[in-house]
Ligand binder design. Structure first.
Ligand SMILES: Nc1ncnc2c1ncn2[C@@H]1O[C@H](COP(=O)(O)OP(=O)(O)OP(=O)(O)O)[C@@H](O)[C@H]1O
Length: 221
């Protein structure tokens, strides 16, 4: 898939990031993720993996205590609103807007800097062709299969020109064949876009396909 990023080539850097709940530390993280690398975060349920993604993305539940710095190149992320962080999100469920057709879902993600109805339409058509769903603009998302929804969700995220990707169990609702295909499509897109990514998964095959380092978060105590 063609790169849809602005190509900032920035490392995602965690400086003494600590997330706690009710006084108990869930995780500590101090490391960098270079562009094109996918850092896999694994560990038992309840150890704070999803909370880490929420902290980076700017939507951490206020029940949590979090500290430490998150940088994307020379931009500090943790002190700015979520909309300014330019992180692309992919979750287990492909959350497409139900009141918009597929084309509108994709166009919604396009940056305002891409002007003109024709130019925007062309970018959407191109994105659909890249995920092997050409001409599906007018389809109601409710009529798509799970695999098609997952591909549209990936295309939508990439069209937003993210500078980092946050993936929370993005393939776990797909069956084995689709899962392998989506892994390939997603990881190739991240490498081509040359942006850092964090993948939370319980599946070792996901981690192996991601090809980057694996951080194992410990049990909560
Ligand atoms: N709003 C909340 N208030 C209190 N506790 C919460 C809240 N949200 C999550 N938790 C708890 O915080 C802990 C960390 O949750 P989190 O979802 O980050 O873990 P996780 O490692 O991603 O788990 P899983 O692998 O099951 O998705 C869990 O014990 C969870 O039950």
């Amino acid at each position: 898939m063609r790169s849809e990023t602005s190509g900032k080539d920035a490392d995602l850097v965690f400086r003494a990031v600590r997330i706690a709940l009710a006084g108990k530390t869930l995780l500590n993280l101090d490391r960098s993720v270079p562009p094109g690398e996918i850092l896999t975060v694994m560990g038992p349920s309840g150890t704070g993996k999803s909370s880490l993604l929420a902290y980076i993305g700017g939507f951490l539940d206020p029940a949590f205590d979090a500290e430490g710095e998150v940088w994307l190149g020379d931009r500090r992320l943790d002190t700015v609103p979520a909309a300014e962080r330019r992180c692309g999100l992919l979750f287990q469920d492909a959350l497409l807007f139900p009141h918009m057709n597929v084309g509108q879902n994709l166009a919604f993600a396009l940056p305002n800097a891409i002007k003109g109805r024709q130019a925007r339409r062309e970018r959407v058509a191109e994105a659909l062709a890249q995920i092997a769903l050409p001409g599906l603009e007018s389809r109601d998302p409710a009529t798509l299969s799970g695999g098609q929804k997952a591909r549209v969700a990936l295309a939508r995220t990439l069209l937003s020109q993210p500078e980092a990707m946050l993936l929370d169990e993005p393939f776990s609702s797909l069956d084995a064949d689709l899962r392998a295909a989506m892994r390939e499509l997603t990881f190739t897109a991240i490498r081509n876009a040359h942006i850092p990514a964090i993948l939370v998964t319980h599946d070792l095959a996901d981690a192996e396909a991601a090809g980057g380092p694996i951080v194992v978060i410990g049990e909560t105590t």
